[in-house]
Design a protein around this ligand. Structure first.
Ligand code: UGA
Length: 437
């Protein structure tokens, strides 16, 4: 099939590369010239393990191309995927500016019967309104299908090729058949729903996973108070197939470009439908509390952090990505800086030049540089490289071996035996620290 993808962000690029890999002819369109120039050479604008070799492979097989021109990009397309960003607007609403712009761009270039596939995460009812717009303005028959994505950054390719389900939201038999033909090579179960259900499945899935995380974080906070161990608790809970073991990792709270945005988006959808989604409000509140807990743990040991060197290990919102959007580290750094700490941050791949980094921190190239003579260290992202550190390394490099581990990367007993002050999330930390003192 000839497929065009509008938007070469995470979702668009990964989807485009994946569809080319299973044999379709794919043209990716983006208005950013620099991005397209690099992509043509196989240079990915996003950090995603394995993507560059797949781009190069599919370019060389003449199944993948990139362009900034809408006319050129959709000239031969029978299916157009819309994969532009739908960020959170100033008032918490879902910002559809790019989506509307892209829809307006393509409507005039459509030159034959076309299926438009909505990949972007969009409010319930968007499929209907886009269909209406296309019926009014397009010169040819257009059928709009909703096909939300479930790709995790850093694991997007395996999620694409080994996902749990493909949701196809459509009531048009022909369009459903075409979508089945496109997706059959993935060999992943396909579920046909109404467009509105497909749109809601995306928000509900992300909001549910966020709920799981906030829930387990609250249980971890309770573990700290009662002296239980969150890792034992979540392991024991996760064995129950009705609960499942995934997304039960307590930590510094969820971040990234999806959960924070989509939980707010779902709240907005509920509000506009006249419903107060109290549970979700609490999930969001709980999440923003979690980063403060880390700083609070640090302050139980240090009277003041003013003028102290504090090492932040890991800045990305999770390992295997350079993305720092809504990263818990940013809130933690802000909190520390407000109290006068000198923050030295290390991350294996977040670039020093990243404009979203706070101005008042020092990004260093090596873990040792961050830890050297530090008064305390906070572990924020569970990168393998950070998990591989030895208890002796902290002891050797730091001025005071005070560690607050927001991702439960280390064995508390080993740390304590070496005389390190070690606090983590939900592992009876409060009690252990009292004993230590
Ligand atoms: C998320 C969803 O997992 C994808 O299915 C979805 O397609 C994507 O959003 C999207 O809407 O585009 P992503 O944001 O890349 O993917 O990252 P996740 O791996 O889901 O992690 C999100 C956050 O939750 C991270 O900050 C992570 O550290 C945190 N998390 C995750 C926990 O704190 N504990 C866990 O057990 C799991």
């Amino acid at each position: 099939m000839n497929i065009s993808i509008v938007g070469t962000g995470y979702v668009g690029l990964v989807t485009g590369v994946g569809l080319a890999e299973i044999g379709h002819h794919v043209t990716c369109i983006d208005i950013n010239e620099e991005k397209i120039r690099k992509l043509k050479k196989g240079i990915s604008p996003i950090y995603e393990p394995g993507i560059e070799s797949l781009i190069l492979k599919n370019i060389s097989k003449e199944r993948l191309d990139f362009t900034t021109s809408f006319d050129e990009g959709i000239r031969f397309a029978d299916t157009i995927y819309l994969a532009v960003g739908t960020p959170t607007g100033i008032d918490g609403e879902i910002d559809m500016t790019s989506f509307d712009k892209a829809s307006n761009e393509i409507v005039d270039s459509i030159n034959g019967p076309t299926i438009i596939v909505i990949k972007s995460t969009v409010p319930v009812g968007t499929n209907n309104s886009l269909q209406k717009m296309m019926n009014e303005r397009a010169q040819h028959k257009v059928t709009v299908v909703s096909n939300p994505e479930f790709l995790r950054e850093g694991r997007a390719l395996s999620d694409l090729f080994e996902g749990d389900r493909i949701i196809i939201g459509s009531e048009d038999k022909e369009a459903i058949k075409t979508m089945e033909r496109i997706n059959t090579p993935f060999d992943i179960p396909m579920v046909i729903t109404s467009p509105k259900s497909a749109e809601l499945i995306k928000y509900a899935s992300n909001a549910f996973l966020a709920t799981k995380i906030s829930f387990i974080n609250e249980i971890a906070n309770l573990c700290d108070l009662v002296g239980a161990d969150i890792q034992e608790v979540s392991f024991g809970m996760g064995l129950d197939k009705r609960i499942g073991s995934q997304f039960l990792q307590a930590g510094t709270g969820y971040g990234g470009s999806c959960f924070p945005k989509d939980t707010l988006g779902l709240l907005q959808i509920a509000k506009e439908s006249g419903m107060k989604f109290q549970l979700l409000q609490e999930v969001i509140k709980t999440n923003s509390k979690q980063q403060k807990i880390l700083v609070k743990k640090l302050l139980t040991k240090m009277d003041t952090i003013n003028g102290k060197k504090i090492a932040i290990l890991g800045v990305a919102f999770k390992p295997n990505t350079d993305d720092i959007r809504e990263a818990p580290a940013l809130r933690i750094i802000e909190e520390l800086s407000n109290q006068g700490a000198l923050v030295y941050a290390y991350d294996p791949i977040v670039e020093k030049s990243n404009k979203a980094l706070p101005q008042n921190i020092r990004m260093v190239d090596m873990i040792e540089e961050a830890l050297n003579q530090a008064d305390a260290a906070l572990i924020v992202t569970e990168w393998e490289e950070i998990k591989k550190l030895k208890a002796e390394d902290f002891k050797k490099w730091m001025k005071c071996p005070i560690i607050v581990d927001g991702r439960n990367c280390f064995d508390p007993n080993e740390m304590v035996q070496l005389g390190i002050y070690y606090q983590s999330i939900g592992r009876g930390g409060e009690k252990k620290s009292l004993v230590l003192k």
